[in-house]
Design a protein around this ligand. Sequence first.
Ligand code: ZN
Length: 218
Amino acid sequence: MRKESERKESRGNEKEVLSLLRETGALLKGHFKLSSGLHSSEYVQCALVLSFPDYAEKLAEFLAKPFKEEKIDIVIGPAMGGIVLSQEVGRALGARAIFAEREEGILSLRRGFKIQEGERVLVVEDVVTTGGSVREVIRMAKEEGGAVKGVASLIDRSSGKVDFGVRWESLVSLDLKVYPPGRCLLCKEKIPLKKLGSREMIEDAKEQVGKNGASKNF
Ligand SMILES: [Zn+2]
């Protein structure tokens, strides 16, 4: 259980994190067609907020904070979403940072990356929805002999349905509504549908960044 003071602090962070996500177009509101075919009123693309190195560093400091006492030796993120974040969290914790990538469909360590027996591991991910990739990295790290001390994620989209069996800290929780195309409330309201990655969406993101001046420093 976390202390009340820590909880208050993480709620403070949540506001700041949400505003960074909105400023950089990483969190968009509208009517989107997801790659699954489902429709949604919000869309998250963490790579956009992480494209500002100052923001990536700031977010990583928030992620690292609850694990400062854990003496983490190595931070691992699943590719692609976890790569930039694990690098920055590694910096914040004074730990090594590596990533796992798919080889024949299985998340593995390549490029000579290694975990030494007994090393204390923190798994880092941008967005947790089903938790599949994180669970895979935890299993792999344990098989390599690592001691997994926790999971840190930017966004928890699991709606409380995920348990990794280790401490898990997330900066924000988002309960994004998704609809099957035939039963979409946004379609009913005739809100224009945007396809992910479309030119329209890129223009929208640019517009948000321009409006909010995301390149300003803290
Ligand atoms: Zn729709």
